[in-house]
Design a protein around this ligand. Sequence first.
Ligand code: AR6
Length: 174
Amino acid sequence: MEIAIIKGDITKIPVDAIVNAANTSLLGGGGVDGAIHQAGGLSILEDCQKIRNKQGGCQVGEAVITTAGHLPAKFVIHTVGPVWNNGKSNEETLLATAYLNSLRLAVENEIESISFPNISTGIYKFPKEKAAEIAIRTVKEFLKTNDKITKVIFVCFDEGNFIIYNDLLTKIKI
Ligand code: AR6
């Protein structure tokens, strides 16, 4: 089992499943969500619309799965991280749940490699260091008891997150 950290654009890195930092509407947006829909094409939005028709979107901390369209992946897993509210709205637990539910959905779909963006650390303003710690801890704990996923890639778009992840990856022991 391998955990890798890459600096770059998540839409360019081949994996079984790319995780998207979506919003509850599943209709796309800015940031990584915009990049994924733009690069993946309309088939992703069509799948999102089917999910909306069935269950009305995706709650914070939940995850849903769609085609990956033109992306170099089989699936996109859309999860919704919390908006940072000074730690007063259960944001830390909700962020961990977003990672966990994405990993569970990956296992259910026999996904072996999965890439994560730094969920909630852009438009949703979650403090980067705290978010990285939660992401790394949740993934490490999950991999300890699951051997179906063999590779997890944290894709950092900005230099700040890249430095934080590299610093924390070996420091966080489970
Ligand atoms: N590849 C990898 N990471 C990226 C890319 C990319 N192409 N583009 C941005 N990032 P954000 P959030 C990083 O704002 O904070 C959307 O409008 C970015 O540097 O995309 O969870 C949704 O529809 C940051 O570190 O997501 C929601 O409304 C990380 O991705 C809302 O934004 C997350 O930033 C979600 O906000």
